[in-house]
Design a protein around this ligand. Structure first.
Ligand SMILES: *Cc1c(COP(=O)(O)O)cnc(C)c1O
Length: 363
């Protein structure tokens, strides 16, 4: 068995990334340029079956600019989960639109289709499911619902690079989709985000909005941001893109080992036809989850994470009164165990022994 602390996440950056950054530094061309456009093309080929992608400086910018590019603004409502990272709802609020919080299902912790449908009003402009933990939301059904009700579908795929449903990649269902490239995500560019879209109008708006509203220098067509990715970041991302398939396979095999051996806590389920990329491996501890996590750390030197302890609707930034029972259960009980690709066989055995001992002791 291994020794030492096992962290909950571990970004993998090696000599190739360092060499790629160094080459950009030596070139003297640091801002958005050839590396960014190559990264966009390669991201589309490797992860999106060719659908276009636009690089930006963070995943949050990607959601914000994507919503603006799709015409979301004041007076509109966008239905989002409350059980997600705050960036999902923040991006809606930043456009001046209102995030409307829907409940999740407890199998995969993604948006509940029926609850979402019950919340659609005349003001609803779109639905934004999150492929939480790397498991695809019920996204084909959301596409059909959006088409039937004549509203838009946006995907928060921040955690789901390479995930798929019935062979179709996430990021190819929505009017746009966003992938985060933050260091703890399945691949990184340092900071960064990639927005995919099959809609040429949204794509053009995105390219304008990230660059002060300019296509041609100093001929600003609209009021935009500086949300450009740098070539330094793109160079890191391009190297990581070459490794994402192997890392995902390693995450999936780590998850399979944990599921085959863990007892006494609820292990994550994968829906029929879904490819889960295990950004997180999330179990449910139904009594004293926080005590369980503290003991994992103190007695077994194993890190873990709670994503997310406070649902968005109850955050001081939103403060809404909602009745979202599954969201409440999940935020009380979920615990994400290490599943990252640098775990050794000995690390995985230690995690299983620790979880089974703590679960047995609690029963
Ligand atoms: C990480 C994350 C984001 C935001 O991405 P950043 O690159 O950190 O801005 C948005 N939504 C979800 C679900 C995330 O996990």
């Amino acid at each position: 068995m291994s020794t030492g602390f096992i962290p909950a996440a571990k970004p993998l950056v090696g000599d190739e990334e360092r060499a790629a950054v160094d080459a950009v530094l030596v070139s003297g061309m640091l801002a958005q340029g050839a590396e960014v456009s190559s990264f966009e093309k390669e991201f589309s080929e490797v992860l999106l079956d060719g659908r276009s992608s636009v690089a930006v400086n963070s995943g949050t910018s990607g959601l914000h600019l994507g919503l603006l590019a799709a015409g979301v603004g004041p007076g509109d409502e966008v239905i989002v989960p409350s059980f997600t990272f705050a960036a999902t709802a923040n991006s809606v609020a930043l456009t001046g639109a209102t995030p409307v919080f829907a409940d999740i299902e407890l199998e995969h912790y993604c948006l509940d289709l029926d609850h979402v449908e019950s919340l659609i009003t005349d003001a609803t402009k779109g639905i934004m499911p999150v492929h939480l933990y790397g498991h695809p939301a019920n996204i084909a059904a959301f596409r059909r619902l959006a088409d039937r009700r004549d509203i838009k579908l946006f995907e928060d795929a921040a955690q789901a690079h390479g995930a798929a449903l019935d062979g179709q990649r996430v990021g190819t269902f929505g009017d746009f989709a966003m992938f985060s490239l933050y260091p703890t995500k399945n691949m990184t560019s340092g900071e960064g985000g990639m927005v995919s879209t099959g809609d040429p109008v949204i794509e053009r708006n995105l390219r304008l909005l990230r660059n002060q509203g300019m296509e041609r220098q100093y001929e600003n067509e609209l009021v935009g941001f500086n949300a450009r990715m740098t070539d330094l970041h793109a160079a890191i991302g391009r190297v990581q893109l070459g490794k994402i398939k192997g890392w995902t396979a390693q995450r999936q095999s780590n998850a399979a080992f944990l599921t085959a051996n863990i007892q006494g806590v609820r292990t994550p389920a994968t829906a029929q036809g879904a490819e889960h990329v295990f950004h997180q491996y999330t179990v449910r501890v139904d009594e004293d989850r926080d005590g369980f996590a503290a003991a994992l750390k103190k007695e077994y030197q194993i890190g873990s994470g709670v994503y997310y302890p406070i649902p968005n609707h109850r955050l001081p930034s939103f403060k809404r009164v909602e009745d979202l029972p599954n969201t409440e259960i999940a935020s009380r009980e979920v615990l994400s165990l290490p599943v990252h690709p640098s775990l050794t066989g000995g690390d995985l055995e230690r995690i299983v022994v620790a979880v089974n001992q703590l679960a047995g002791a609690g029963a």
